[in-house]
Design a protein around this ligand. Sequence first.
Ligand code: KIV
Ligand code: ZN
Length: 547
Amino acid sequence: MDYTKYKQYPPVKLDNREWPSKKLDRAPLWCSVDLRDGNQSLPIPMSINEKVEFFNLLVEMGFKEIEVGFPSASETEFNFLRKLVDDNLIPDDVHIQILTQSRDHLIKRSFEALEGVKNAIVHFYNSTSTLQRKVVFKKSKDEIKEIAVSGAKLIKEMSKNFSGNIRYEYSPESFTGTELDYAKDICEAVMDVIKPTPTNKLILNLPGTVEMSTANVHADQIEWFCKNIKDRDSVIISLHAHNDRGTATAATELGLLAGADRVEGTLFGNGERTGNVDIINLGMNFYTQGIDPKLDFSNIDKIVEIYSRCTRMTVGPRHPWAGNLVYTAFSGSHQDAIKKGLEAHNNSDSHIWEVPYLPIDPSDLNRVYEEIIRINSQSGKGGVAFVLENSYGYKLPKSMHPEFSQIIQKITDKTGNELSPEYIFSTFNSEYLEVDGPYRLLDYTINTSSLETKISAKLEYKTDKIDISSFGNGPIDAFFNAVKKVISSDIKFHDYSEHSLTEGADSKAVAYIGMEVKGQIIFGVGIDSSINTASIKALLCALNRVE
Ligand code: KIV
Ligand code: ZN
């Protein structure tokens, strides 16, 4: 690979840069460009109906500025905007943005498409980059500036006859490939025509049409531009990062620190080549810093579904905040920490979310807890116990976790597969609850005095009947003593716990008993509407599992 054919992007000369010590404290103005930049990059562009569905989703999510297309570029784009207007689909507080090149016939056609829009943003652009001036347009700096200025003049002129409210946006396209002072010069020339004021600002969009540098250099460019552009309070500085280097999110966040006010991007980063900056990623980053993102991501699965269906793109399983594996832990140590963290969180009065390996509460995005811990050969004891408790309500005592997780581990090691909660539960059932013999309980009676409890029980062993009885400080102790006396003298009581399994009148109890046999701990589980019966069944279950 011949790296010598590439040259390094130069740093920006910026004295006293301020962005590194700033912090983000509010969400920017958002503009979705899904229906234009996103759509124009799709192998199969969206149909009008798909665009309508996508538009409605964006409105529902709270976008107040939506670039709906490039209406002068194709009939579909034109007709889509007409449909939005004719079918009254645009809420009064949403600005409809259209894109046009800074060319007369395209500007005129764009105004035809906008007829009847209440709040419009006319976004015009021309490429200003050093390379494109040289190899594409073969024009001087002044000639390129003239394209922007004459476009601005025509737009200003045409807007006199426009019935709605209108705002303007200019993009020196390929800003990241343009000399900074020239980008400023051309933007100021456009300002001279548009004449923005603090109450009627011009949007200056500074696109990272191709991402060419590290995010800090991008931030330097934005800080330089914000500090040097004239009448800063009459312009909105907008970012429009593409993701060629995979750092569009970082570039945008640092660009906001550097003074930008507004962000154009798309859901899941759809867009030309490696895409536009991902607004889900950015917005959720704000949210998880305790800052209101001013967009609603709470129904993330619906957003993923509509996005995937309309664009025919996929959302990767590791996609930040939205992928279907991003709140899932397979590894034992992560599962253990999550389980403990969730327990601590549930027992705490604090409103603040602090759970290891879970940077947010998945339920904020309507993600279910079943997804958090999934079991494969990498998983540990805590994970298996979490699944049984979370999905089926069985709170296995901690001392039982190693035994049951070893049973599960043997299966995952053998199959190499992930085990579903259903499979884990059916293994738990067959291992403990469906154990039927050789010892079976037929009947028992308990007599309690103030001093002690006596139990008399009838058992079946294979085909024989056995009567056992003994005393103890409670029914379980008495039954254990009876078993020791008649059936097996070398067992020791190790562990007991119980909890109710269901609530209400038909509530059932589950008991877990650990028994030590020749130095080995063996557990049994019993369920019954009577806690005494559940405990006796648990003890017999352990006994049966020894056999
Ligand atoms: O990436 C880009 O430069 C664009 C412009 C048209 C704003 O999409
Ligand atoms: Zn773009």
